[in-house]
Design a binder for this molecule. Structure first.
Ligand code: UDP
Length: 238
């Protein structure tokens, strides 16, 4: 890619919560568009982008709303929520002229391609943004694990975790003003200190695959571009 980017191929994981913007629930199209704009900008400059969008803004298998349902049923509902978010993101990106494909871990032929690794790789080579929906396609997992799995399968140079906070802090910065941001952490630090950046299974998979995790805030318009250049605020786990 042009203009000094650190990584050629990345997987960007955006949690469902980010997409609800300032609403308490659901999809805020303005927020989806601003995330899509940031993705479009770097995709146009030749960075190969895989996207995984969570579903927590719509449904979470372990949520109160799921109480009384069998866990597996609730988790499948959560996976379906990620498909809705993926379609919203696809729509926003295509409106900006970016070619995309959605591949779902649960087959849903009328709305998305099934996940086929070699086909996804081909899309990336052709410059299409590939959005992976439905996590790993199995209950008892999360989209963090789905993101880590796809990042490993696609041979990504980094897993970028776009959140509402600009990195990993020593304490919750919203509650504790003395909290400081880590510049770097090891996979071991995250697991041993139980820092809850991502699921332990996702962190372990990135450790075993040697793929760095970069935690940054996706709320600023240019933060994705900056992170790819190694500028601005973020935490690297490696
Ligand atoms: N989910 C699942 N398997 C997966 C991915 C997701 O069962 O491989 C379900 C699970 O119930 C989860 C929900 O989908 O709570 C939404 O995903 P997640 O909580 O990871 O979304 P995020 O927190 O990123 O918005």
């Amino acid at each position: 890619p042009s203009s000094g980017y650190r990584y050629k191929r990345v997987l960007l994981k955006v949690s469902g919560e980010v997409l609800m913007g300032d609403q308490g629930f659901g999809i805020d199209i303005g927020t989806v568009e601003s995330v899509a704009e940031a993705v479009a900008r770097v995709a146009r400059q030749g960075v190969e982008i895989c996207l995984v969008i969570g579903g927590g803004n719509i449904f979470r298998g372990v949520s109160k709303a799921a109480a009384g349902l069998e866990r597996t049923t609730a988790d499948y509902m959560g996976m379906l929520a990620t498909v809705m978010n993926a379609l919203a993101m696809q729509g926003a990106l295509e409106k900006m002229g970016v070619q995309t494909r959605v591949q779902s871990a649960l087959t849903m032929n009328a709305v998305a391609e099934p996940y086929i690794r070699r086909r996804a790789l081909r899309h990336l080579e052709k410059g299409r943004v590939v959005i992976f929906a439905a996590g790993v396609g199995a209950p008892f997992f999360t989209t963090d694990s789905g993101a880590a799995l796809r990042a490993a399968e696609m041979g990504c140079d980094a897993l970028l975790k776009g959140t509402s906070v600009d990195g990993v802090y020593s304490a919750d910065p919203k509650k504790d003003p003395s909290a400081t941001r880590y510049e770097t952490l090891t996979y071991h630090d995250v697991l041993a200190k139980d820092l809850r950046v991502m699921d332990a299974s996702a962190v372990a998979l990135m450790r075993d695959s040697g793929i760095p995790i970069v935690v940054f805030s996706i709320r600023e318009d240019d933060s994705l571009e900056k992170v790819l250049r190694g500028e601005g605020a973020f935490t690297v786990i490696q």
